[in-house]
Design a protein around this ligand. Structure first.
Ligand SMILES: CC(C)(COP(=O)(O)OP(=O)(O)OC[C@H]1O[C@@H](n2cnc3c(N)ncnc32)[C@H](O)[C@@H]1OP(=O)(O)O)[C@@H](O)C(=O)NCCC(=O)NCCS
Length: 274
């Protein structure tokens, strides 16, 4: 029986093939970033001489871990690969005494996570804006400066290492009011993460990003709980394409639920990061 093993940089081409076959928007750089943030938390299974399944677990300190990139080659599904990888990842996170484990589940993944004890926390929607005329007007978005306190208030854990990593790609801030980032995607430029104290500031960030990508489709994931973000996406010409479920599992006993503020989260960092 094939064993679970750690993924390394050498696996990136095979990882990219798996996510391409699933039609996902991540790039080779996204895979590289997950592996750089979680060198001990990216797992794979081989069969017939090739990588056939993956699962990643990125830790934000001991408070929270985010599971992602749960993929099985379509010809190798229903053999228990995803379940074994998930069980391996959960065991790894329990050994690290992680308080909470979360993920964004597709319809295909959700039944497996439910059986492993994950419970629904809320909806998360993927919106796409086909390339076209971008809104003009002034924008308050300026040079990026990390506001770790605001991010913790919004997200519920310290994700500074992730934010430092993503800030080098594309980022902007409004002092004391929020920040936004973006990165290339395989099908659409990816907007996120974005944390903002008001919808007006968030709108400045979205238009900042749209103006930087006038000739590309733009992808924006939105927490259903953030009604202002959903309204804004519709007003700015985005279309809802997919609906997922954010799920949570208590890792070590008696850790209270993390305090987060969904109304400040105008875009998550990605399904692989939270
Ligand atoms: C979701 C996904 C990762 C599951 O991968 P998988 O390796 O097929 O998963 P498993 O085999 O561990 O379990 C899946 C199902 O097969 C069943 N199964 C496992 N071994 C089996 C076997 N020997 N015979 C029959 N069924 C089996 C499991 O009970 C489970 O049942 P379910 O269909 O009722 O959920 C895979 O379908 C996939 O890559 N989908 C596209 C990407 C995606 O949506 N990923 C999830 C992101 S959150």
């Amino acid at each position: 029986m094939t064993q679970v093993r750690l993924l390394t940089e050498a696996d990136i081409p095979a990882c990219v093939r798996l996510k391409d076959a699933a039609g996902w928007n991540q790039t080779a750089t996204d895979w590289r970033n997950v592996m750089a943030l979680a060198p001990d938390g990216c797992f794979g299974m081989d069969c017939d001489g090739e990588l056939r399944a993956t699962t990643t677990a990125v830790c934000f300190g001991q408070e929270l871990a985010w599971v992602g990139m749960v993929l099985t080659d379509s010809a190798y599904r229903r053999r228990g690969f995803a379940r074994r990888l998930m069980e391996h990842a959960l065991e790894y996170l329990r050994r690290r005494s992680v308080g909470w484990i979360k993920l964004d589940a597709t319809e295909m993944g959700a039944p497996l996570y439910e059986r492993l004890g994950f419970r629904e926390e809320g909806g998360i929607e993927r919106w796409i804006r086909p390339r076209g005329v971008v809104p003009d007007g002034p924008s308050s978005a300026g040079l990026f400066a990390l506001d770790a306190a605001l991010d913790r208030e919004a997200f519920g854990a310290d994700r500074s290492p992730l934010l430092h990593m993503l800030a080098g790609i594309e980022s902007a801030s409004v002092a004391g009011a929020g920040f936004a980032m973006g990165r290339p995607g395989a099908q659409a430029a990816y907007f996120g993460p974005c944390v903002a104290r008001s919808a007006d500031v968030a709108r400045d960030f979205v238009t900042w990003f749209l103006r930087r990508h006038p000739d590309e489709d733009v992808c924006w994931d939105i927490l259903t709980a953030n009604a202002a973000a959903v309204r804004m996406a519709r007003e700015l010409g985005f279309e809802r394409r997919r609906e997922l479920v954010r799920m949570a599992l208590s890792g070590v006993n008696h850790v209270p639920a993390l305090k987060k503020s969904d109304h400040l989260v105008f875009a998550p960092a990605g399904f692989e990061f939270g």
